[in-house]
Design a protein around this ligand. Structure first.
Ligand code: SAH
Length: 245
């Protein structure tokens, strides 16, 4: 394999959700740089590699993005096969394209490998179809957290008629609820909260948009979690709303 950097999606957690291409890249890697949300179990595919944890949350030290860039560049220039492993898909709220652009600007070959994104895995783990004929003609993946805290266009999201999958929303539940209600979404809209999707410790809870804060508090919702907001959520677990809304 030529010296290059692979930007690889590790999927949502379940190691069986890795792609064969991700496994092939891991098999050949000399350096593997992992994010916090990567399940360490996937590292069984690269026992030969030196593994560097460069995640940004969790412990008390964070790894600045510029440092990660320089580290990838250094190893690639040494001719090492580098795998940059990211939770879910590298380009869904994962900065994969930023890293790829930067490396390519330095003359480094980059290959991106898809991973199953958390929203997709979480919905499937709860038997929620994100699109459904006659119910939801689309799905919108949205982050509740932005670099500059700029407000989302909640009205457009509320009225778009697509299923909403909200990432990084645990600390923003009030904004999400109030924004969508003000945008015209009914308080009765069903919501699924899915924590640690696809992992053995997965937990899920169902509620309504109006009851979101209370339900999250009672359930003690913790990151990493996604919210699936939309009529499709009625396909799974809707019976439990009476107890938790
Ligand atoms: N690139 C990742 C997303 C990274 S942003 C992907 O495609 O999945 C981090 C956010 O992803 C978390 O705050 C959470 O909202 C979501 N997330 C990641 N892994 C998750 C999991 N196993 N279960 C639920 N949500 C998860």
């Amino acid at each position: 394999m030529n010296a290059k950097v692979w930007l690889v999606g590790a999927g949502p957690g379940d190691p069986e959700l890795l792609t064969l291409k991700a496994v092939r890249a891991l098999n050949q890697a000399q350096i593997v740089m992992t994010d916090d949300l990567v399940n360490p179990a996937v590292l069984e595919h690269c026992p030969q590699a030196r593994v560097l944890a460069v995640g940004k949350r969790g412990g008390c030290r964070s790894t600045p993005q510029a440092f990660i860039h320089r580290l990838m560049l250094r190893y690639a220039r040494q001719g090492k096969c580098v795998v940059r492993l990211k939770g879910g898909d590298p380009c869904i709220f994962g900065r994969g394209s930023e890293e790829a652009d930067w490396l390519r600007a330095q003359g480094i070959e980059v290959e991106l490998v898809n991973g199953i994104t958390a929203g997709l895995a979480g919905a499937t783990a709860c038997d929620i179809p994100l699109t459904l004929r006659g119910v939801a003609r689309g799905v919108t993946l949205v982050t509740a957290h932005t670099l500059d805290d700029s407000p989302l266009n909640w009205a457009a999201l509320a009225q778009g008629g697509t299923t909403l999958v909200v990432y990084m929303g645990v600390a923003r539940l009030l904004d999400i609820r109030d924004g969508l209600l003000a945008g015209g979404m009914p308080a009765s809209m069903p919501v699924a909260m899915i924590e640690n999707a696809s992992l053995p410790q997965q937990r899920e809870q169902f509620c309504t948009l109006g009851g979101l804060l209370h339900a999250a508090q009672t359930f003690q919702l913790r990151a990493p979690a996604i919210l699936v907001i939309g009529e499709v959520t009625r396909q799974a677990g809707w019976h439990s709303v009476a107890r938790h809304a």
